[in-house]
Design a protein around this ligand. Sequence first.
Ligand SMILES: *Cc1c(COP(=O)(O)O)cnc(C)c1O
Length: 460
Amino acid sequence: MRYCSTRGEVRGWDFRQVLFSGYAPDGGMFMPETVPSLAPETLRSLKRSGLISGALSKFVVPGVVSIAKLKDGLSILELFHGETLAFKDLAMTCTVRFLEYFLRKDGSRATILVGTSGDTGGSAICSARGLAGVDVVVVFPRGRITPVQERQMTTNLEDNVHVFAADGTSDDIDVPLRRLFADQDLVKRHGLMSLNSVNMARILVQLAHFLFAYLRLSGVDKTRAGEPLPALDMVVPTGGAGNIAAGCIVKHMGVPLRFVAMVNSNDIVCRAVQKGDFSMAPIVTQTLAPAIDIQDPYNMERVLWLLSGKNGPLVKQMLEEFQKSHRLPLPDTLHKELSSLMSAGSVCDKGIVESMRRCWEENHYLVCPHTAVAVWYHYQTPPRPGENRCYVATASPAKFQAAVQEAGLSQELPEAVRALESKATRYTDLELGEDWEARLRERIEAIGSARARGSPFYST
Ligand SMILES: *Cc1c(COP(=O)(O)O)cnc(C)c1O
């Protein structure tokens, strides 16, 4: 399979090239040049590969992903049984294994540099810690993530893990990171790479979330050859829109999915779907579902590219305009395509709390505040008889204890979460007024020198 950029100026890259890069050189995002179609017979015969089994070996439920079937057709796809209790573990553990495979093959090394608003950092660290050939440098906004998220990062004392706590917002952190990634010499010398959902490999692994849900919840196994495939609606709590983009690729492969993109008060995706208004609000609103407090749902570029019939020049023109002015009225035909592919809804904090409470009262089942955003749709628009629907659960409530308390609920914490309390921590502070770019650059260079000497970073 070959990959091209959504902005039409890069083609013919292979998986390895795409894995080790973020944005395409023309500023676009990588996508498969052609999306193969998938026959139901092939779907049924899909098996796990060795690399993937290894990557997923730490998941705590048999089968990696489980489904909770609750009252009135509320089927919840629990994607959060990995080590950091968020769905990102699924794609991250696999992507890091792919990296390691290629690095080992040619004896090179990479430095992963990640800014995180909560879940990405912990997931990247837990996937990469202790691996030869990979260092991981994570910067998180101090005091703006939950205590569990923070400890999932700071309690990793492996030599290849470097955690920085910055006195600022995730937007403040983005500035020095973008400068470091723009330094081609630094990027080349240290194999500097990102692992956010710009990375196409993560999106590819996420196709499996949707295939799995389809096989388990659509009833396709009860249909016979020649009969039309049953449809499945996927209700997805949406932030950067990586999950939704993966789902759209699966749909293009011929699997009859429909989507409901659910957001919190940061509602740009909802406005785009409902009104064709893809425009940022002036500020990010902090909500009880912080992992989807997102202004720039950058994976929508992938969705728009697919919907436009892979029209690179159009996507380039639209997204360059969006990046300049933060506003994009979608062309009518594109808006029609988008609104027939998915519907959307937005939930404020009050709705999040109500949805958590009602789900608990009716089922004795606790959802995290992000999952509650999706479940809200169930309570507003219950499925009709015969309609197949799946709600994506993106994290465990144990990570978001303050939101659970705000809903007036309580929970028993998993042993792994309680154990975080008493573990030793290690991280470096980045204070206000310091030159963060210089501090991070210094660390990246020091890691490189330590590796060149063959000595571990922290014991020198
Ligand atoms: C990252 C994250 C999301 C958003 O996922 P996207 O694929 O970027 O839309 C939703 N919920 C949780 C808990 C997350 O960590």
